[in-house]
Design a protein. Structure first.
Length: 282
């Protein structure tokens, strides 16, 4: 169901890395907007994954600023942007994660709606190498050539860096050129969306979540974006009856009229297994 607030309005997508390929179709189909890009707007001014420009703000502040700058540059009151971070999963040790945020800002209606997709689907990796075999083994492990690679003299060297490599002959030639002036080089995954189909799919999932949130309207004032803003823990243990750290309820709050709703037992269970109880299984 499309909310009428966005029907037939123009929406700028803040990207230079082809994210519109997965974002635009979803927004146009489910929100009724017409998406466009501002080719002159450079999102890299807010930071690059490869480190030439440091990201100074946290992901949410960055995605908000990215969206607002693109809207201002395009003289548009409706915009969408995304921002990703890569590293160790916050709760699954030794696993890499892709943490994507997608934001919609509507100045006309004073709305800001954010979705998040924390995914284990990522090829994020990097390695110091000294031989061509090491490089080719690494490339195979991270889905090259469908996923791009970056080569540089060392992990922190931004002066001798080649990005967006998707051709085996270019990869080998670049490796030989860099190794000719260094004892080892650093190879890493190119995490820009246009060179990383796995990341692009996570951005698509985050956009689907955004659409769902946008089309979830407040029961009282019908403002879009009636979303989870908090949760309560304390689901009781099925064995001893004491509260556990598992989710008891979700809190929804409207950002317009501040109407609040509590959804009990959001995971469709009224008790928790004793293995998750700190008393029964300390």
């Amino acid at each position: 169901m499309k909310t009428s607030l966005f029907e037939n309005r123009k929406l700028v997508i803040a990207t230079k890395h082809k994210k519109e390929k997965v974002i635009a179709p979803l927004l146009e189909k489910h929100l009724g907007v017409t998406c466009f890009l501002n080719e002159c707007f450079d999102t890299d001014v807010l930071g690059t994954f490869s480190g030439e420009i440091e990201r100074k703000l946290d992901p949410i502040a960055t995605v908000r600023k990215k969206c607002l700058l693109a809207m201002e540059a395009s003289n548009c009151d409706l915009g969408v942007a995304s921002e990703g971070s890569f590293g160790v999963h916050p709760s699954i040790f030794f696993a890499s994660a892709d943490d994507e945020f997608v934001i919609l800002i509507d100045k006309k209606n004073n709305l800001e709606i954010i979705s998040r997709e924390l995914s284990l689907k990522t090829n994020f990796n990097g390695q110091e190498i000294t031989t061509e075999k090491e490089m080719l083994d690494f490339a195979k492990s991270v889905k090259f050539p469908t996923h791009g690679l970056i080569l540089r003299k060392s992990e922190k060297d931004n002066n001798h860096i080649v990005k967006g490599i998707t051709d085996i002959s270019v990869l080998i030639e670049t490796f030989k050129n860099l190794l000719g002036t260094s004892k080892s080089i650093y190879v890493e995954t190119d995490m820009r969306a246009m060179y990383n189909p796995t990341r692009m799919s996570v951005i698509k999932d985050a956009t689907k979540k955004l659409v769902d949130i946008v089309n979830s309207c407040c029961p009282e004032c019908h403002t879009p974006g009636f979303a989870i803003t908090d949760k309560k823990i304390g689901l009781k243990c099925i064995l001893c009856g004491l509260p556990t750290k598992s989710t008891l309820s979700y809190i929804y709050k409207c950002q317009s009229c501040e109407y609040t709703k509590e959804e009990m037992y959001p995971h469709k269970k009224t008790s928790e297994d004793a293995m998750y109880c700190d008393f029964c299984n300390p």
